[in-house]
Design a protein around this ligand. Structure first.
Ligand code: 6PG
Length: 241
């Protein structure tokens, strides 16, 4: 995969444009391969996108298998659960067969076992992985300077940092093997980080969201507002800087 493809849309249009982008990628994967292995991002940014996606016609949901990039160590009905939030905004409204929805059981006391069990469920290569970027540059639950960033063998690991709930997360090998990555970032608060990620030096330990530099970066105008050399449709790579 080459450098990122940057798509910049007006903030008001962001959820619907992102939903159309995802629907197109899902349809294309199903057309080419008969089914699509989709990993959903957590956090707030995707929620209005999932809401619009649920209402789009023609998505072959019966051919789509759902995974999660990460999950917090809370029960599935907890308001902080990525599974709960994706279910409320999307999965409860579309016809994905229940047996095709694979929840990360991060609430299990033995999170090591839960990580190994989830790893066994993952396909060798996901077709589409949706990601967000935190205000510290993390993606999935791969936080700056975390040991999980150096993982080359395991594909799901437990993580726990001082400032956040313990979690399970996919590791860089899962992102690197994915056929398509799509990073969704909105809001002025992340504009500097987006600019650093797309136009600064590549250092995944400092800016784990750079693991998605080979994918599509779907930005609203506010999140893209500090970009200097990167416009919509750009294929840019920090090594060009
Ligand atoms: C999580 C997410 C995380 C998220 C970023 C951005 O479980 O928190 O997977 O990686 O994508 O923190 O979150 P927002 O979209 O809420 O800013």
């Amino acid at each position: 995969m080459g450098p990122p493809r940057v798509i910049i849309v007006d903030s008001a249009e962001f959820p619907l444009r992102a939903a159309h982008c995802i629907a197109a990628a899902l349809g294309s994967a199903v057309e080419q391969r008969g089914n699509c292995m989709l990993a959903l991002a957590g956090g707030d940014t995707p929620l209005p996108v999932y809401d619009r996606l649920a209402a789009l016609p023609g998505v072959p949901w019966d051919r789509i298998t759902i995974y999660f990039t990460d999950e917090r160590a809370v029960p599935p009905q907890h308001p902080d659960s990525n599974y709960r939030r994706a279910t409320d905004s999307l999965l409860s409204r579309v016809a994905v067969p229940p047996e095709r929805i694979h929840r990360m059981e991060a609430e299990r006391p033995d999170r090591e076992r839960a990580a190994l069990d989830y790893e066994a469920l993952l396909p060798a290569a996901l077709d589409l992985v949706l990601l967000g970027m935190g205000s510290d540059g993390h993606t999935a639950s791969l936080f700056p300077h975390s040991a999980a960033l150096a993982e080359t063998r395991r594909r799901v690991v437990p993580v726990s940092g001082a400032s956040t709930l313990p979690r399970l997360t996919v590791t860089p090998p899962v992102l690197r093997s994915a056929k398509q990555l799509m990073l969704l970032v909105a809001g002025e608060a992340k504009a500097l980080l987006v600019a650093r990620a797309l136009e600064g030096p590549e250092d995944v330990a400092v800016l784990p969201a750079q693991l998605a530099l080979s994918g599509i970066w779907l930005l609203d105008r506010a999140a893209a507002s500090r970009l200097v050399r990167t416009g919509a449709g750009s294929s840019v790579h920090p090594s060009d800087s």
